[in-house]
Structure formats: structure tokens, C-alpha cells
Design a protein around this ligand. Structure first.
Ligand code: 5GP
Ligand code: MN
Length: 342
């Protein structure tokens, strides 16, 4: 028996909204990861089994290794098809916001979702949340939004209707947000859910391979390059920083998603428990923070750069040069290490 997490009144509220709706839009955060894409496509497949016209809209493109997820081809990328995305958001009578907590996490889609006239439902597992939805299902204690989608579908009484495609997408999100069950994965319920997904016919091992072992040769060589040349270890502070600039990315024929997972690598060094990855992007530096144990990188991302996320995995953006961003990070490392020690 899986414990009840989402309050009953929210389950009923969402059920009513789905019953009333015919056109449903689903939006998730920019630079979508496996959970953003997995939860969105899982809900999409579920809504189709209920006779709804569902559309997934993402602020930008999806990494190549998620393109094999069922119906990934049907996702509308706002960057390349803004007119269709606008039309869908104009015409929908229900909007699901998945795997993000504040409207600014959807980049240029922000105004469109805030001004969208449809009823809105948030399903998310990041810490804190904005108040922009009619129903807010926010559970930071749950490892993935995909798991929350599984829970939502079951609690609404539709487990029997869950298609194999829906189950595959949920499995993808649950696996990717736990690094293949390597972190945030001690909750026993999670394994009851995997049991149900496997019984639906999901090939978990194949989904793992698609998500984690499906990279290009270029990406592997770029990884070797950054680990050898660009990883700085601050031994005294048990912290490592990797930087990657645009020129280096070009040198390795960088494709979206190619630096996925780089931030986790330094954590396999025995004495490193904080890892920070800085990547040059158009006009900004994108920062990723990871930690092990009780070191709270969410606080670090928030205080230094107005970012956020989870205790052990957070992100932020900074409008500045690589040198400026690195300076802020390097100055903060001893301070945050001290704070954590106390
Ligand atoms: P990643 O480092 O993989 O991009 O993100 C790690 C976590 O932090 C994810 O849960 C993601 O949603 C969150 N995150 C990433 N970038 C940002 C950001 O710019 N702002 C906020 N608030 N959260 C972010
Ligand atoms: Mn997530």
C-alpha cells in the first residue's frame, strides 16, 4: 500500500477540473530534464486515455537522449514554434504547470502562463512555490514530479487506465531525478511504485540506458577534457568547481544536453561533497550545484544568485562574465563551508 501524500481535497479538485476540460496544456521548465519531460509526457498520455486534447509546451528544446520517449515528437518548443504555443495557451481550458515552482522558471513563456485564462494546476517537488495556480500540489519531500503524477493518477482512480507509454515516462522521470536510484531514493514507496510500473510492462533497464548511456563520443571527450583541465578542487573546503566556456563547447561540437551530469562527477572523489558547475550560455552563466548529505546548496544558489532547487541539487543563472561569476563562487566557498560546519 502506497501512503497518501496529496491531500484528498486536491485530488477531487483536479479530478473535477479534468472532467470539465477538453483542451489541456502542459508546461514545464526551461532546459528541461528527464523529470520535466517525463512528468509532462506521462500526464499527456494519461489525458489522451481520458479523451482530452493535451499539448505539452516547453520553453526550449529537449536533449537528444529524451527524444525516444513516447510522443516526445509532439512536444511544442516555444523557441521554434511560438505561434502554436500561444494558440494552445489561448485556447486551453486547463493548464498544468509541472516540475517548477515560480513562473520565471519557464523563461519567455512566463507572461503567457501568468496571463493564461484557464484554470491552473501546479504539480511540483521544489522547495517553496509561487501562488499563481488554482490548485498547488507541492511536495519537496517527493523525489520527482513524475512520482507525483503517478500518485495523482492512482488517487484519482485511474491506475487501470495508465498506458504503458504513460508508465514509461513516469519511470524516466523517477530514474533521472534520482540519478538512477543513486540519491533521494530511500523512500520505500518509490519501490512500490516501480513494482507497479514494471508490472505495466516497463523495461526499466532500457529506460536507464536511454537516459544515462546514450551520449555522443564528443560528449565523452568533452567530459574527459573538463575533468582533466577544468576541475578545480578546493580540498580544504571539500568543494570542486568545473567551468566550461563557449569556445571549449564549440571545440567539442557541443549539443544541448552534452554537459548533463558533469556536475555530479566530482562528488565521486572521496572528500568532495559539494560540486559546482559553471557553463557559459547566451548572455548568462548557468550554474549547477550538487552536494552530498546535509550541505544545503539550495541556500547557496538562492543567496548568491537568486536561484533555487533542492537541498542536494540546485541551479541558478547569473548575468555576468565567467570570471565575475567564478569570483563570487570562489569567495563564497569558505563562507558557506564555515556556515555548514557550524
Ligand atoms: P540543474 O543544475 O540540473 O540545472 O538544476 C538542479 C535543480 O535546480 C533542478 O531541480 C532545477 O529545477 C533547479 N534549478 C536549475 N536552475 C535554476 C534556476 O535558474 N533557478 C531556480 N530557482 N532553480 C533552478
Ligand atoms: Mn524534477
Amino acid at each position: 500500500m502506497i501512503t497518501k501524500v496529496i491531500p484528498e481535497e486536491q485530488i477531487i479538485a483536479v479530478l473535477k477540473l479534468i472532467h470539465k476540460a477538453s483542451k489541456v496544456a502542459i508546461v514545464s521548465h526551461k532546459r528541461p530534464d528527464g523529470d520535466a519531460i517525463g512528468s509532462s509526457l506521462a500526464l499527456y498520455h494519461f489525458l489522451y486515455t481520458q479523451g482530452k486534447e493535451a499539448t505539452v509546451i516547453l520553453p526550449d528544446g529537449i536533449p537528444g537522449f529524451f527524444k525516444s520517449l513516447p510522443s516526445a515528437d509532439n512536444i511544442i518548443n516555444y523557441e521554434t514554434r511560438p505561434d502554436i504555443a500561444k494558440k494552445v495557451l489561448d485556447e486551453c481550458d486547463l493548464l498544468f504547470c509541472l516540475d517548477f515552482n515560480f513562473p520565471n522558471r519557464v523563461g519567455d513563456l512566463e507572461n503567457l502562463i501568468v496571463e493564461c485564462k484557464a484554470k491552473k494546476v501546479l504539480v511540483d517537488h521544489h522547495r517553496n512555490h509561487g501562488d499563481f495556480c488554482d490548485v498547488t500540489i507541492s511536495h519537496p519531500e517527493i523525489a520527482s514530479t513524475s512520482e507525483l503524477i503517478f500518485r495523482l493518477i492512482c488517487r484519482m482512480g485511474y491506475f487501470q487506465d495508465m498506458s504503458l507509454e504513460c508508465a514509461q515516462c513516469i519511470c524516466n522521470g523517477m530514474l533521472t531525478d534520482t540519478g538512477g536510484l543513486a540519491f533521494n531514493s530511500n523512500e520505500p514507496d518509490m519501490y512500490s511504485i516501480f513494482y507497479e510500473l514494471l508490472k505495466k510492462g516497463v523495461d526499466k533497464d532500457a529506460i536507464y540506458r536511454q537516459a544515462f548511456n546514450n551520449y555522443s563520443e564528443n560528449r565523452m571527450r568533452l567530459m574527459g577534457y573538463v575533468l582533466y583541465n577544468k576541475m578545480k578542487v578546493y580540498n580544504e573546503y571539500h568543494t570542486a568547481v568545473i567551468t566550461l566556456n563557449y569556445k571549449e563547447m564549440q571545440q567539442f561540437g557541443y549539443q544541448p544536453g552534452d554537459s548533463e551530469g558533469f556536475v555530479n562527477m566530482p562528488l565521486s572523489i572521496d572528500h568532495v561533497f559539494v560540486s559546482i558547475f559553471l557553463k557559459e550560455e547566451k548572455d548568462i552563466i548557468k550554474l549547477s550545484f550538487r552536494s552530498q548529505g546535509t550541505f544545503d546548496v539550495n541556500v547557496m544558489a538562492k543567496e548568491l544568485f537568486g536561484g533555487g532547487g533542492h537541498i542536494n541539487a540546485s541551479g541558478a543563472e547569473y548575468k555576468g562574465t565567467m570570471e565575475e561569476t567564478l569570483k563570487i563562487v570562489e569567495e563564497a566557498i569558505p563562507k558557506f563551508y564555515q556556515k555548514f560546519r557550524n
